[in-house]
Design a protein around this ligand. Structure first.
Ligand code: DUC
Ligand code: ZN
Ligand code: ZN
Length: 487
Protein backbone atom coordinates (compact mmCIF):
# COMPACT_ATOMS: atom_id res chain seq x y z
CA UNK A 1 0.00 0.00 0.00
CA UNK A 2 1.24 3.46 -0.85
CA UNK A 3 1.74 5.18 2.43
CA UNK A 4 1.36 8.76 1.27
CA UNK A 5 -0.04 10.48 -1.77
CA UNK A 6 2.52 13.25 -1.46
CA UNK A 7 5.64 13.69 0.63
CA UNK A 8 7.30 17.09 0.93
CA UNK A 9 10.76 15.94 1.86
CA UNK A 10 13.59 17.52 3.78
CA UNK A 11 12.40 21.10 4.14
CA UNK A 12 12.29 23.35 7.18
CA UNK A 13 8.73 23.22 8.47
CA UNK A 14 7.61 26.49 10.02
CA UNK A 15 4.62 26.91 12.30
CA UNK A 16 3.59 29.87 14.44
CA UNK A 17 5.75 28.53 17.27
CA UNK A 18 8.43 26.18 15.87
CA UNK A 19 10.81 25.60 12.98
CA UNK A 20 12.20 22.10 12.42
CA UNK A 21 13.48 19.85 9.67
CA UNK A 22 10.85 17.27 8.73
CA UNK A 23 9.12 15.47 5.91
CA UNK A 24 5.42 16.25 5.52
CA UNK A 25 3.34 13.22 4.58
CA UNK A 26 0.02 13.95 2.92
CA UNK A 27 -2.81 11.50 2.41
CA UNK A 28 -5.71 12.72 0.34
CA UNK A 29 -6.42 16.28 1.36
CA UNK A 30 -4.87 16.27 4.82
CA UNK A 31 -1.52 16.18 6.54
CA UNK A 32 -1.07 12.62 7.82
CA UNK A 33 2.45 12.65 9.25
CA UNK A 34 5.40 14.85 10.15
CA UNK A 35 8.70 13.11 10.73
CA UNK A 36 12.15 12.22 9.50
CA UNK A 37 12.57 9.52 6.88
CA UNK A 38 8.87 9.10 6.08
CA UNK A 39 7.97 6.32 3.62
CA UNK A 40 7.88 7.15 -0.05
CA UNK A 41 4.89 9.00 -1.42
CA UNK A 42 3.15 8.51 -4.76
CA UNK A 43 4.58 11.91 -5.52
CA UNK A 44 7.63 13.45 -3.84
CA UNK A 45 8.66 17.09 -3.65
CA UNK A 46 12.26 17.86 -2.72
CA UNK A 47 12.04 20.74 -0.24
CA UNK A 48 15.69 20.85 0.83
CA UNK A 49 16.72 24.50 1.20
CA UNK A 50 13.08 25.61 1.27
CA UNK A 51 10.78 26.76 4.04
CA UNK A 52 7.62 24.67 4.30
CA UNK A 53 4.95 27.03 5.56
CA UNK A 54 1.19 26.91 5.90
CA UNK A 55 -0.63 28.47 2.97
CA UNK A 56 -1.59 32.02 3.86
CA UNK A 57 -5.01 32.92 5.20
CA UNK A 58 -6.11 36.34 3.97
CA UNK A 59 -9.03 37.35 6.13
CA UNK A 60 -9.85 40.71 4.54
CA UNK A 61 -10.31 40.83 0.76
CA UNK A 62 -12.92 42.44 -1.46
CA UNK A 63 -13.55 40.09 -4.37
CA UNK A 64 -16.05 40.59 -7.20
CA UNK A 65 -17.69 43.02 -4.82
CA UNK A 66 -20.25 45.56 -5.87
CA UNK A 67 -19.74 49.01 -4.34
CA UNK A 68 -22.74 50.99 -3.12
CA UNK A 69 -22.19 53.24 -6.17
CA UNK A 70 -22.87 50.27 -8.45
CA UNK A 71 -19.21 49.97 -9.46
CA UNK A 72 -17.91 46.39 -9.58
CA UNK A 73 -14.32 45.90 -8.47
CA UNK A 74 -11.78 44.68 -11.00
CA UNK A 75 -11.55 41.04 -10.03
CA UNK A 76 -13.60 37.95 -10.50
CA UNK A 77 -13.24 35.15 -7.96
CA UNK A 78 -11.10 33.41 -10.54
CA UNK A 79 -8.63 36.25 -11.05
CA UNK A 80 -8.46 37.32 -7.40
CA UNK A 81 -7.93 33.84 -6.02
CA UNK A 82 -5.43 32.96 -8.74
CA UNK A 83 -3.43 36.01 -7.66
CA UNK A 84 -3.73 34.87 -4.05
CA UNK A 85 -2.43 31.42 -4.94
CA UNK A 86 0.56 32.87 -6.80
CA UNK A 87 1.36 34.80 -3.64
CA UNK A 88 1.20 31.74 -1.38
CA UNK A 89 -2.32 32.24 0.01
CA UNK A 90 -4.63 29.22 0.01
CA UNK A 91 -7.62 30.52 1.99
CA UNK A 92 -9.43 33.84 1.62
CA UNK A 93 -12.31 35.41 3.49
CA UNK A 94 -13.93 37.95 1.18
CA UNK A 95 -17.23 39.70 1.79
CA UNK A 96 -20.83 39.11 0.92
CA UNK A 97 -21.79 42.76 0.77
CA UNK A 98 -25.32 43.84 1.56
CA UNK A 99 -26.42 47.30 0.47
CA UNK A 100 -29.44 49.20 1.76
CA UNK A 101 -32.69 47.51 0.76
CA UNK A 102 -31.10 44.16 -0.06
CA UNK A 103 -31.93 40.81 1.51
CA UNK A 104 -28.82 39.53 3.29
CA UNK A 105 -29.78 35.95 2.46
CA UNK A 106 -29.95 36.70 -1.25
CA UNK A 107 -26.66 38.57 -1.08
CA UNK A 108 -24.89 35.63 0.55
CA UNK A 109 -26.42 33.20 -1.98
CA UNK A 110 -25.20 35.37 -4.80
CA UNK A 111 -21.60 35.55 -3.56
CA UNK A 112 -21.68 31.78 -3.04
CA UNK A 113 -22.57 31.35 -6.70
CA UNK A 114 -19.73 33.62 -7.81
CA UNK A 115 -17.17 31.83 -5.66
CA UNK A 116 -18.39 28.35 -6.60
CA UNK A 117 -17.87 29.25 -10.23
CA UNK A 118 -14.45 30.86 -9.93
CA UNK A 119 -12.49 30.33 -6.75
CA UNK A 120 -9.24 28.39 -6.97
CA UNK A 121 -8.49 28.65 -3.25
CA UNK A 122 -10.70 27.77 -0.30
CA UNK A 123 -12.94 30.48 1.08
CA UNK A 124 -15.44 31.63 3.64
CA UNK A 125 -17.48 34.85 3.75
CA UNK A 126 -17.81 37.75 6.12
CA UNK A 127 -21.25 39.32 5.81
CA UNK A 128 -21.30 43.10 5.37
CA UNK A 129 -24.43 44.51 6.99
CA UNK A 130 -25.30 47.95 5.66
CA UNK A 131 -29.02 47.75 6.42
CA UNK A 132 -29.49 46.38 9.94
CA UNK A 133 -33.26 46.21 9.90
CA UNK A 134 -35.25 44.11 12.32
CA UNK A 135 -35.76 41.58 9.56
CA UNK A 136 -32.04 41.41 8.67
CA UNK A 137 -30.97 40.97 12.27
CA UNK A 138 -33.68 38.72 13.65
CA UNK A 139 -34.86 36.69 10.65
CA UNK A 140 -32.00 36.51 8.18
CA UNK A 141 -28.93 36.59 10.41
CA UNK A 142 -29.55 33.55 12.67
CA UNK A 143 -29.79 30.91 9.91
CA UNK A 144 -26.88 32.49 8.04
CA UNK A 145 -24.64 32.24 11.11
CA UNK A 146 -25.77 28.64 11.60
CA UNK A 147 -24.87 27.92 7.98
CA UNK A 148 -21.25 28.83 8.71
CA UNK A 149 -21.10 32.59 8.18
CA UNK A 150 -19.94 33.49 11.65
CA UNK A 151 -18.60 37.00 11.08
CA UNK A 152 -20.13 40.37 10.28
CA UNK A 153 -18.46 43.50 8.96
CA UNK A 154 -19.84 46.97 9.50
CA UNK A 155 -18.73 50.46 8.52
CA UNK A 156 -18.73 53.66 10.56
CA UNK A 157 -18.01 55.72 7.46
CA UNK A 158 -18.84 55.79 3.71
CA UNK A 159 -22.08 57.58 2.77
CA UNK A 160 -24.12 54.54 1.80
CA UNK A 161 -22.60 51.96 4.13
CA UNK A 162 -22.16 53.72 7.44
CA UNK A 163 -24.13 52.76 10.52
CA UNK A 164 -24.86 55.28 13.25
CA UNK A 165 -23.98 54.40 16.84
CA UNK A 166 -27.45 53.04 17.57
CA UNK A 167 -27.24 50.75 14.56
CA UNK A 168 -23.75 49.68 15.61
CA UNK A 169 -25.21 48.68 18.97
CA UNK A 170 -28.01 46.77 17.21
CA UNK A 171 -25.49 44.77 15.19
CA UNK A 172 -23.19 44.11 18.16
CA UNK A 173 -26.16 42.88 20.17
CA UNK A 174 -27.43 40.64 17.34
CA UNK A 175 -23.92 39.24 16.93
CA UNK A 176 -23.73 38.47 20.63
CA UNK A 177 -27.06 36.62 20.53
CA UNK A 178 -26.02 34.56 17.54
CA UNK A 179 -22.39 34.07 18.58
CA UNK A 180 -20.89 35.84 15.60
CA UNK A 181 -17.75 37.96 15.45
CA UNK A 182 -17.86 41.61 14.33
CA UNK A 183 -15.22 43.47 12.32
CA UNK A 184 -15.39 47.21 11.87
CA UNK A 185 -14.12 49.88 9.51
CA UNK A 186 -13.83 52.58 12.16
CA UNK A 187 -13.23 56.19 11.12
CA UNK A 188 -15.13 59.33 12.11
CA UNK A 189 -17.48 59.94 9.19
CA UNK A 190 -18.32 63.55 10.00
CA UNK A 191 -14.67 64.55 10.17
CA UNK A 192 -14.03 62.98 6.76
CA UNK A 193 -17.08 64.66 5.21
CA UNK A 194 -16.22 68.04 6.73
CA UNK A 195 -12.56 67.93 5.75
CA UNK A 196 -13.42 66.77 2.24
CA UNK A 197 -15.79 69.71 1.72
CA UNK A 198 -13.20 72.19 2.93
CA UNK A 199 -10.48 70.74 0.72
CA UNK A 200 -12.67 70.69 -2.38
CA UNK A 201 -13.95 74.23 -1.71
CA UNK A 202 -10.33 75.36 -1.58
CA UNK A 203 -9.59 73.71 -4.92
CA UNK A 204 -7.56 70.89 -3.40
CA UNK A 205 -9.00 68.02 -5.38
CA UNK A 206 -5.91 66.07 -6.50
CA UNK A 207 -5.63 62.43 -5.35
CA UNK A 208 -3.09 63.27 -2.64
CA UNK A 209 -5.65 65.36 -0.74
CA UNK A 210 -7.57 62.17 -0.03
CA UNK A 211 -4.88 61.43 2.57
CA UNK A 212 -5.60 64.78 4.25
CA UNK A 213 -9.36 64.27 4.15
CA UNK A 214 -9.22 61.36 6.61
CA UNK A 215 -7.94 63.05 9.77
CA UNK A 216 -5.68 60.96 11.96
CA UNK A 217 -7.69 61.90 15.02
CA UNK A 218 -10.79 60.47 13.34
CA UNK A 219 -9.30 56.99 13.58
CA UNK A 220 -8.56 57.10 17.30
CA UNK A 221 -11.92 58.75 17.98
CA UNK A 222 -13.88 56.09 16.11
CA UNK A 223 -11.89 53.28 17.76
CA UNK A 224 -12.66 54.73 21.19
CA UNK A 225 -16.38 55.11 20.42
CA UNK A 226 -16.58 51.64 18.93
CA UNK A 227 -14.80 50.05 21.88
CA UNK A 228 -17.24 51.82 24.22
CA UNK A 229 -20.19 50.41 22.25
CA UNK A 230 -18.66 46.92 22.32
CA UNK A 231 -18.10 47.19 26.08
CA UNK A 232 -21.73 48.12 26.66
CA UNK A 233 -22.84 45.00 24.78
CA UNK A 234 -19.94 42.78 25.94
CA UNK A 235 -19.25 41.78 22.35
CA UNK A 236 -15.72 41.03 21.07
CA UNK A 237 -14.64 43.00 17.99
CA UNK A 238 -11.92 43.15 15.37
CA UNK A 239 -10.77 46.61 14.30
CA UNK A 240 -9.79 46.54 10.67
CA UNK A 241 -6.82 48.19 8.95
CA UNK A 242 -5.24 50.16 11.82
CA UNK A 243 -3.18 52.94 10.22
CA UNK A 244 -2.03 55.35 12.94
CA UNK A 245 0.09 55.27 16.08
CA UNK A 246 -2.79 56.90 17.97
CA UNK A 247 -5.19 54.18 16.81
CA UNK A 248 -2.78 51.46 17.92
CA UNK A 249 -2.47 53.18 21.31
CA UNK A 250 -6.25 53.12 21.80
CA UNK A 251 -6.25 49.38 21.12
CA UNK A 252 -3.35 48.79 23.49
CA UNK A 253 -5.16 50.62 26.27
CA UNK A 254 -8.39 48.67 25.72
CA UNK A 255 -6.58 45.33 25.69
CA UNK A 256 -4.72 46.39 28.82
CA UNK A 257 -8.10 46.75 30.48
CA UNK A 258 -8.90 43.18 29.50
CA UNK A 259 -11.31 44.11 26.72
CA UNK A 260 -11.75 41.67 23.87
CA UNK A 261 -10.53 43.89 21.09
CA UNK A 262 -8.61 42.34 18.21
CA UNK A 263 -6.98 44.31 15.41
CA UNK A 264 -5.25 44.02 12.08
CA UNK A 265 -3.12 46.13 9.83
CA UNK A 266 -2.12 45.70 6.18
CA UNK A 267 1.12 45.87 4.15
CA UNK A 268 0.23 49.29 2.74
CA UNK A 269 0.32 50.79 6.24
CA UNK A 270 3.58 49.02 7.07
CA UNK A 271 5.49 49.79 3.86
CA UNK A 272 4.00 52.90 2.22
CA UNK A 273 3.54 56.47 3.44
CA UNK A 274 1.53 59.42 2.27
CA UNK A 275 4.57 60.46 0.18
CA UNK A 276 3.60 57.56 -2.12
CA UNK A 277 0.33 59.23 -3.08
CA UNK A 278 2.04 62.54 -3.85
CA UNK A 279 2.40 61.96 -7.62
CA UNK A 280 1.85 64.19 -10.61
CA UNK A 281 -1.53 64.25 -12.35
CA UNK A 282 -3.87 61.43 -11.46
CA UNK A 283 -1.23 58.81 -10.77
CA UNK A 284 -1.77 59.17 -7.03
CA UNK A 285 -5.21 57.56 -7.56
CA UNK A 286 -3.45 54.21 -7.61
CA UNK A 287 -2.58 54.70 -3.93
CA UNK A 288 -5.98 55.96 -2.71
CA UNK A 289 -7.24 53.71 0.04
CA UNK A 290 -9.12 54.22 3.28
CA UNK A 291 -7.81 54.75 5.81
CA UNK A 292 -5.12 56.54 3.81
CA UNK A 293 -1.38 55.98 3.85
CA UNK A 294 0.21 57.75 6.81
CA UNK A 295 3.75 58.53 8.07
CA UNK A 296 6.90 56.48 8.69
CA UNK A 297 6.45 57.02 12.44
CA UNK A 298 3.10 55.21 12.12
CA UNK A 299 4.85 52.30 10.43
CA UNK A 300 7.17 51.96 13.39
CA UNK A 301 4.24 52.14 15.81
CA UNK A 302 2.35 49.45 13.88
CA UNK A 303 5.32 47.06 13.91
CA UNK A 304 5.65 47.68 17.63
CA UNK A 305 1.95 47.02 18.13
CA UNK A 306 2.29 43.74 16.23
CA UNK A 307 5.32 42.73 18.27
CA UNK A 308 3.47 43.51 21.49
CA UNK A 309 0.44 41.50 20.44
CA UNK A 310 -1.87 44.53 20.25
CA UNK A 311 -2.44 43.71 16.57
CA UNK A 312 -2.71 40.03 15.67
CA UNK A 313 -3.32 39.87 11.93
CA UNK A 314 -1.86 41.29 8.73
CA UNK A 315 -4.41 41.06 5.92
CA UNK A 316 -4.30 42.55 2.44
CA UNK A 317 -7.59 44.51 2.28
CA UNK A 318 -7.38 43.59 -1.41
CA UNK A 319 -9.71 46.06 -3.16
CA UNK A 320 -8.75 46.16 -6.83
CA UNK A 321 -9.75 48.91 -9.24
CA UNK A 322 -8.03 49.17 -12.59
CA UNK A 323 -6.32 52.48 -13.35
CA UNK A 324 -8.74 53.27 -16.17
CA UNK A 325 -12.36 54.22 -16.81
CA UNK A 326 -13.63 50.88 -15.45
CA UNK A 327 -12.16 51.58 -12.03
CA UNK A 328 -10.11 54.38 -10.51
CA UNK A 329 -11.05 56.79 -13.32
CA UNK A 330 -14.71 55.79 -13.70
CA UNK A 331 -15.87 59.35 -12.99
CA UNK A 332 -14.05 60.62 -16.09
CA UNK A 333 -10.69 62.12 -16.90
CA UNK A 334 -10.62 64.78 -14.19
CA UNK A 335 -11.99 63.30 -10.99
CA UNK A 336 -11.68 64.82 -7.55
CA UNK A 337 -10.23 62.60 -4.83
CA UNK A 338 -13.82 62.05 -3.64
CA UNK A 339 -14.77 60.44 -6.96
CA UNK A 340 -11.96 57.89 -7.04
CA UNK A 341 -12.78 54.43 -5.64
CA UNK A 342 -10.80 53.47 -2.57
CA UNK A 343 -8.58 50.44 -2.46
CA UNK A 344 -5.36 48.73 -3.49
CA UNK A 345 -4.83 45.25 -4.87
CA UNK A 346 -2.92 43.07 -2.42
CA UNK A 347 -3.76 39.36 -2.41
CA UNK A 348 -0.67 38.42 -4.39
CA UNK A 349 1.86 40.80 -2.84
CA UNK A 350 0.90 40.48 0.84
CA UNK A 351 3.01 37.47 1.77
CA UNK A 352 6.11 38.17 -0.35
CA UNK A 353 6.29 41.75 0.97
CA UNK A 354 6.03 40.55 4.55
CA UNK A 355 8.39 37.61 4.08
CA UNK A 356 11.01 39.98 2.68
CA UNK A 357 10.59 42.54 5.48
CA UNK A 358 10.32 40.06 8.32
CA UNK A 359 12.25 36.93 7.40
CA UNK A 360 14.78 37.96 4.72
CA UNK A 361 15.64 41.20 6.49
CA UNK A 362 15.63 39.33 9.82
CA UNK A 363 13.34 41.80 11.52
CA UNK A 364 11.11 39.05 12.92
CA UNK A 365 11.40 35.29 12.83
CA UNK A 366 9.55 33.14 10.33
CA UNK A 367 7.24 31.95 13.11
CA UNK A 368 5.82 35.43 13.57
CA UNK A 369 5.36 35.68 9.83
CA UNK A 370 3.28 32.49 9.91
CA UNK A 371 1.38 33.63 13.00
CA UNK A 372 0.30 37.02 11.63
CA UNK A 373 -0.52 35.86 8.11
CA UNK A 374 -2.02 32.39 8.62
CA UNK A 375 -2.40 30.94 12.12
CA UNK A 376 -3.84 33.93 13.96
CA UNK A 377 -6.44 34.79 11.32
CA UNK A 378 -7.40 31.10 11.14
CA UNK A 379 -7.85 31.00 14.90
CA UNK A 380 -9.67 34.29 15.24
CA UNK A 381 -12.11 33.54 12.43
CA UNK A 382 -12.85 29.92 13.33
CA UNK A 383 -10.85 28.15 10.61
CA UNK A 384 -8.19 26.59 12.84
CA UNK A 385 -6.85 23.85 12.92
CA UNK A 386 -8.27 22.92 9.52
CA UNK A 387 -6.51 25.96 8.09
CA UNK A 388 -3.58 28.12 9.13
CA UNK A 389 -0.93 25.67 10.32
CA UNK A 390 1.05 22.58 9.45
CA UNK A 391 -0.57 20.12 11.77
CA UNK A 392 -1.48 16.46 11.56
CA UNK A 393 -5.14 16.22 10.59
CA UNK A 394 -5.22 19.74 9.17
CA UNK A 395 -5.82 20.49 5.50
CA UNK A 396 -2.63 20.06 3.49
CA UNK A 397 -2.41 23.73 2.50
CA UNK A 398 1.29 24.38 2.14
CA UNK A 399 3.54 26.96 0.51
CA UNK A 400 7.14 26.11 -0.23
CA UNK A 401 9.20 29.25 0.03
CA UNK A 402 12.53 29.69 -1.72
CA UNK A 403 14.23 32.13 0.67
CA UNK A 404 16.80 33.22 -1.91
CA UNK A 405 14.54 33.87 -4.90
CA UNK A 406 14.35 37.58 -5.74
CA UNK A 407 11.39 39.06 -7.58
CA UNK A 408 10.76 42.63 -8.69
CA UNK A 409 7.10 43.62 -8.77
CA UNK A 410 5.95 45.12 -12.04
CA UNK A 411 2.63 45.97 -13.68
CA UNK A 412 3.39 43.32 -16.31
CA UNK A 413 3.42 40.42 -13.85
CA UNK A 414 0.24 41.29 -11.93
CA UNK A 415 -2.08 38.28 -11.76
CA UNK A 416 -5.20 40.10 -10.57
CA UNK A 417 -7.15 42.40 -12.85
CA UNK A 418 -6.14 45.78 -11.46
CA UNK A 419 -3.72 46.32 -14.38
CA UNK A 420 -1.18 47.94 -12.03
CA UNK A 421 0.55 47.18 -8.77
CA UNK A 422 1.22 49.74 -6.04
CA UNK A 423 4.50 47.88 -5.47
CA UNK A 424 5.97 48.28 -8.99
CA UNK A 425 9.77 48.49 -8.92
CA UNK A 426 10.10 47.00 -5.43
CA UNK A 427 12.30 43.90 -5.19
CA UNK A 428 11.58 41.26 -2.56
CA UNK A 429 13.70 38.32 -1.50
CA UNK A 430 11.83 35.09 -0.78
CA UNK A 431 9.03 33.68 -2.93
CA UNK A 432 6.42 30.89 -2.65
CA UNK A 433 7.58 28.70 -5.54
CA UNK A 434 5.21 25.77 -4.98
CA UNK A 435 1.73 26.12 -3.50
CA UNK A 436 -0.38 23.17 -2.39
CA UNK A 437 -4.10 23.29 -1.56
CA UNK A 438 -5.68 20.32 0.21
CA UNK A 439 -2.88 18.06 -1.00
CA UNK A 440 -2.94 19.15 -4.65
CA UNK A 441 -0.28 21.34 -6.23
CA UNK A 442 -1.98 24.49 -7.48
CA UNK A 443 1.08 26.64 -8.33
CA UNK A 444 4.32 25.28 -9.71
CA UNK A 445 6.92 26.57 -12.20
CA UNK A 446 5.15 29.93 -12.31
CA UNK A 447 1.98 28.26 -13.56
CA UNK A 448 -1.49 27.80 -12.09
CA UNK A 449 -2.74 24.22 -12.01
CA UNK A 450 -6.15 24.66 -10.40
CA UNK A 451 -9.46 24.78 -12.20
CA UNK A 452 -11.83 27.68 -11.56
CA UNK A 453 -14.36 26.57 -9.00
CA UNK A 454 -12.06 23.98 -7.41
CA UNK A 455 -11.79 26.08 -4.24
CA UNK A 456 -14.17 24.99 -1.52
CA UNK A 457 -16.43 26.87 0.90
CA UNK A 458 -15.33 26.38 4.52
CA UNK A 459 -18.25 26.88 6.93
CA UNK A 460 -17.16 28.33 10.27
CA UNK A 461 -18.52 28.55 13.74
CA UNK A 462 -17.06 31.46 15.63
CA UNK A 463 -13.98 30.61 17.64
CA UNK A 464 -13.11 31.67 21.15
CA UNK A 465 -12.31 35.17 19.89
CA UNK A 466 -16.05 35.77 19.51
CA UNK A 467 -16.93 34.53 22.99
CA UNK A 468 -18.19 37.38 25.18
CA UNK A 469 -16.23 38.05 28.34
CA UNK A 470 -19.31 37.49 30.47
CA UNK A 471 -18.70 40.93 31.92
CA UNK A 472 -21.80 42.89 30.94
CA UNK A 473 -22.00 46.61 31.53
CA UNK A 474 -23.70 47.56 34.84
CA UNK A 475 -26.82 48.69 33.00
CA UNK A 476 -27.45 45.02 32.12
CA UNK A 477 -26.93 43.85 35.68
CA UNK A 478 -30.25 43.48 37.60
CA UNK A 479 -28.47 44.34 40.84
CA UNK A 480 -27.53 47.68 39.37
CA UNK A 481 -30.44 48.39 37.03
CA UNK A 482 -33.40 48.13 39.42
CA UNK A 483 -34.07 44.55 38.24
CA UNK A 484 -34.67 45.35 34.62
CA UNK A 485 -34.35 42.10 32.63
CA UNK A 486 -32.42 43.10 29.53
CA UNK A 487 -30.58 40.78 27.24
N1 DUC B 1 -11.10 50.93 2.08
C1 DUC B 1 -12.11 50.19 2.47
O1 DUC B 1 -12.80 50.54 3.41
N2 DUC B 1 -12.40 49.07 1.82
C2 DUC B 1 -11.74 48.66 0.68
C3 DUC B 1 -10.49 49.31 0.43
C4 DUC B 1 -10.29 50.59 1.07
O2 DUC B 1 -9.41 51.32 0.73
ZN1 ZN C 1 -12.43 49.18 5.44
ZN1 ZN D 1 -11.69 46.42 3.25
Amino acid sequence: MQSFDLVIRGGTVVTATDSFTADVGIRGETIAALGLGLDAGRREIDARGKLVMPGGVDSHAHIEQLAASGLMNADTFESATASAAFGGTTTVIPFAAQHVGMSLTKVVDNYHRLAERGSVVDYAFHMIIADPTESTLTKELPPLVKAGHSSIKIFMTYDRLKLDDEQVLDVLSAARHNRAFVMVHAENHAMIAWMSKRLLAGGYSAPKYHAISHPRVGEAEAFTRLISCASLIDQPIMIYHVSTAEGAAVIREARGQGKKVFAETCPQYLFLTKADIDRPGLDGAKWICSPPLRESTDQQALWRALAQGDLQVISSDHAPYAFDQTGKLNAGGDPTFKQIPNGLPGLQARLPLLFDAMVSKQRFDANRFVAWTATEPAKIYGLYPKKGSIVIGGDADVALWDPSKEVTFSDATVKDRSNYTPWAGRTVKGWPVTVIRRGGVIVENNGLQAAPGSGRFIPRTAGSAAEPLGRPAPEFDPQFNFNAKLD
